[in-house]
Design a protein around this ligand. Structure first.
Ligand code: SAH
Length: 259
């Protein structure tokens, strides 16, 4: 009899940001499969439940192992940081099952708080209007496609959320991305940088587009570049949604409702 696979987003790090549904799922399954760093983040949850880990670039191997365990009747949780459906494991689980023509394993995706949401909260309110999320990793997506997405999203004045901005060896896409954005946006455009959101070593900083190329950035960082309306105020990054155009935000009473 086949078991099941639940693909669980564990949130950005701190267990306070793990949803009750995700916690319940992890407490309920027979085995938890995940990258060792993420298994450490949930070490206190269901400590007696067996874990299966693997290295950083072994996602395919991990998913195949999860499928095998499920075929043997186990209820398996496959974990991702943040949300499992945002640059996470959910897609790969479905793809492997499709390729292996396995249709009798029930798959459920349990959502989590993404790095994007945690970073935005720490920075203030940078995502109040339309934004684009782009991963700068050119490992699975050709570099020219990544850069074209950056170009079009920048030209459309979308706030930009850059995942996987820079690796130890992989620095070129980030450098080129900074150059592309600089062609469209003012050097003073606010940029928020969040490293290790809700994990030990969390770092939050606000800088400008002009300073971005020289900022200390690694793979555990997410970068949010403001649009032409984004402002920095009291160390917070705020993208107005447009209320200020319609209402008198500086008045103590809402004159519209008074009328
Ligand atoms: N599924 C995750 C994304 C995983 S991709 C999500 O929903 O957020 C890995 C990238 O996510 C990292 O390179 C980094 O850009 C970002 N990231 C993940 N966790 C983070 C955290 N705690 N703080 C800042 N960025 C994070």
């Amino acid at each position: 009899m086949s078991g099941s696979i639940q693909v669980v987003g564990i949130g950005p790090g701190d267990l306070a940001h793990l949803t009750p549904a995700a916690r319940h799922t992890l407490e309920d399954v027979d085995v938890i499969v995940g990258y060792i760093t993420y298994l450490r983040l949930i070490a206190d949850i269901a400590p007696d439940t067996p874990r299966e880990s693997g290295g950083m670039r072994q996602e395919v191997k991990r998913v195949k192992q999860a499928v095998e365990l499920a075929q043997n009747g186990q209820r398996v949780a496959v974990i991702s940081s943040g949300d499992a459906g945002v640059y996470g494991m959910a897609g790969l689980v479905y793809e492997v099952l499709k390729e292996q023509a396995i249709n009798d394993i029930e798959v459920t995706v349990v959502p989590g708080i993404t790095a994007l949401s945690s970073a935005a909260a720490l920075l203030g309110a940078p995502l109040m209007t339309d934004f684009a999320v782009i991963s700068l990793s050119d490992q699975l997506t050709p570099r020219q496609d990544v850069l074209r997405r950056v170009e079009l999203a920048t030209a459309a004045d979308l706030v930009l959320c850059l995942y996987n901005p820079k690796g130890k060896q992989r620095t070129k896409p980030f450098t080129l991305t900074c150059e592309i954005i600089a062609q469209h946006r003012a050097p003073s455009t606010p940029v928020g940088i969040v490293r290790a959101a809700s994990r030990s070593g969390q770092r939050v900083s606000l800088t400008t587009l002009a300073a971005l190329p020289d900022t200390d950035i690694d793979m555990l960082t997410i970068v949010i570049v403001g649009n032409s309306h984004t402002m920095a105020h009291n160390d917070k990054m705020i993208t107005p949604r447009g209320y200020g155009e319609k209402y008198q935000l500086g008045e103590t009473h809402d004159t519209r409702t008074d009328n």
